[in-house]
Ligand binder design. Sequence first.
Ligand SMILES: *Cc1c(COP(=O)(O)O)cnc(C)c1O
Length: 406
Amino acid sequence: MDKFYKQIEEAIKTGKSARIIESGEGAYLTIGGKKKLNFCSSHYLGLSVDPRLAKAASDAARKYGIGTGYRTLAGNHVLHLELEDHLARFKHAEAAVIFTGGYMANCAAIQTIIGKEDIVISDELNHASIIDAIRLSQVKNKFIYKHLDMVDLEEKLKQVVILSNSEGSQDSSAAPQNDNRKPLILIVTDGVFSMDGDLAPLPDIVRLARQYGALTMVDDAHGEGVLGKGGRGIVDHYGIHGQIDIEVGTLSKAFSTMGGFITGRKELITYYKQKARQYLFSNALTIPDTAALIEGVKILEESDELVKKLWDNTKYIKEKFADLGFDIGHSKSPITPVMIPDEDKAREFSAKLFELDVFATPIVFPMVPKGKARIRVIPSASHSKKDLEFGIGAFKKVAKELSLLR
Ligand SMILES: *Cc1c(COP(=O)(O)O)cnc(C)c1O
């Protein structure tokens, strides 16, 4: 045992502890007693500190208390059903099921329907929770296609079709219980990729899926509250409602609370509610979380004001950064990578920003490949133009100091 703890001690040596936040997560954060511009948060719409959500949470807590239970036993609260109704309507889907995290929702979405003998085809840059969900399904045949590369996806589909014609499933643990069915083929992708802010070409994926008889799944964690009409997400952005089989979302990014959800056809959602292990063997969302989320969805249903402000701010900083001469990649979302390829420089850059009261963390290997380090800036609807100017000014100053701009 001593040896085990020695190894653990060795392994944690290089780990860095995260900053400690002493305030709410709005346009500014208090860290070490000082106000810092919050320039890298995923609270896209500022709902984390919106008084309407706080009021909904506290009203509900007063009325119902805090905790719920297992939904299949004694925790299926009317607020849970109300939130699911709102989410389904918001996403123009037939039905929705909520979980306690986007990670959980991804695990449920894949593990519940995919068995050992099925086939999963996944974008190489998909989120860790999708990778883990695929592992959890124990599927033997997984194919990874090159990031956004539809030629490579089709290549994989061709291989897969040959494979699936040669194999009938013997796997009784595979979800839709049906002996000797043909293997399911699932294509899975992030909607917005969180490091570069680029978008999956969903219409092309749908076309290929139809051609080759595959199911489609998109993880819209960074699309909800951001893309599409009033923040309805990437499917709305492309106008392809009803064409993606499984849509997964998180309630922790733009919705600024916690939880995840799946939307899709009614029978599929009922199936998840009856079979998903993450639904059956884990507690449901708390009352305050659920009430805050209902309020958050209502706010977006009623007005696109926050989403518009987010995009105004996004356009503003992208223009300013580009004008200054920064390489900001080719993002199609508010995620704005300011490329500082050298890792040490990126770390130094972030530290200097912090001294100027701007909080923007460096993203380095293994989150991105070596040589692709960056500071990931994300504006939000809670920033004023003045806040943005302040942040951009600090970037300019640090870049000069480090001789990164001419
Ligand atoms: C953040 C994120 C998740 C995880 O969501 P949580 O609600 O934090 O568990 C899943 N997928 C993607 C693409 C994400 O960005």
